[in-house]
Every structure is written in structure tokens, then in C-alpha cells.
Design a protein around this ligand. Structure first.
Ligand code: ZN
Ligand code: ZN
Ligand code: ZN
Length: 114
């Protein structure tokens, strides 16, 4: 685990959109300004690391849950379906193949189809 600055509130610990009140704590880091991310992590391509949903109105990114970073384990390759953008071609929702991460894990073992 590593501690990174909360992307959603930019480390300020308060709700960036003043949804509830000016003093509302950030829902992502609960006011701490930092979030824990399991390593290895990469920048969330779906929200460009901002933690804010690119098409939503004032909501957290559903791929990284507002952290701006996503955990990717093992060897990965660029997702062919979204070409690494993390976005489904037409729906603008997170790509189903890579779940919005833009990369997919390469399977180590070779599957045998009979
Ligand atoms: Zn925060
Ligand atoms: Zn994100
Ligand atoms: Zn994809």
C-alpha cells in the first residue's frame, strides 16, 4: 500500500464541489487529504487522474473511486477494445474489457481449448 494525495479534493480534504456545505469533508479521503492505494498502481486513464467522473456531474470517478490511481497487478497490455482510453467506444461508460483501466492483465498460463 502506498499513500497518495487524494485526487478528488487535490489533497485539501474538503468536498471540491461544496455539495453539502463549504466545510463538508471529501467523501473519498474522509478529510485526510490522502488515500491508500494498493501497489502497483497507475494513473487512472478514465478520469485522467483527476478522480472526477469525466461525464458525471460532480461525482467521483467510478473506475478509481476518486483516488486518481488504479491498481494493476502483473504484466499488462493495452486494452484493444478501448485502445487504452478506458472508455467504451460509444457509451462513454468505462470499457467493459478493462473496466476502465485502459490495460488488461496478460494471462500467464496458456489456455487450451479443445
Ligand atoms: Zn479527498
Ligand atoms: Zn478515475
Ligand atoms: Zn478497455
Amino acid at each position: 500500500m502506498m499513500s497518495v494525495k487524494c485526487a478528488f479534493c487535490k489533497g485539501r480534504g474538503v468536498d471540491p464541489f461544496d455539495l453539502l456545505s463549504k466545510l463538508a469533508t471529501c467523501q473519498v479521503c474522509e478529510g485526510r487529504g490522502k488515500v491508500e492505494v494498493s501497489e502497483p498502481a497507475i494513473k487512472c486513464v478514465y478520469c485522467s487522474g483527476t478522480g472526477v467522473h469525466p461525464y458525471g456531474v460532480r461525482i467521483t470517478c467510478t473506475v478509481c473511486n476518486g483516488r486518481g490511481m488504479v491498481t494493476v497487478r502483473g504484466k499488462t497490455e493495452v486494452c484493444k477494445d478501448c485502445k487504452g482510453s478506458g472508455r467504451a467506444f460509444e457509451s462513454k461508460l468505462p470499457c467493459l474489457t478493462c473496466k476502465g483501466k485502459g490495460v488488461i492483465a496478460i494471462k500467464e498460463e496458456v489456455e487450451i481449448y479443445e
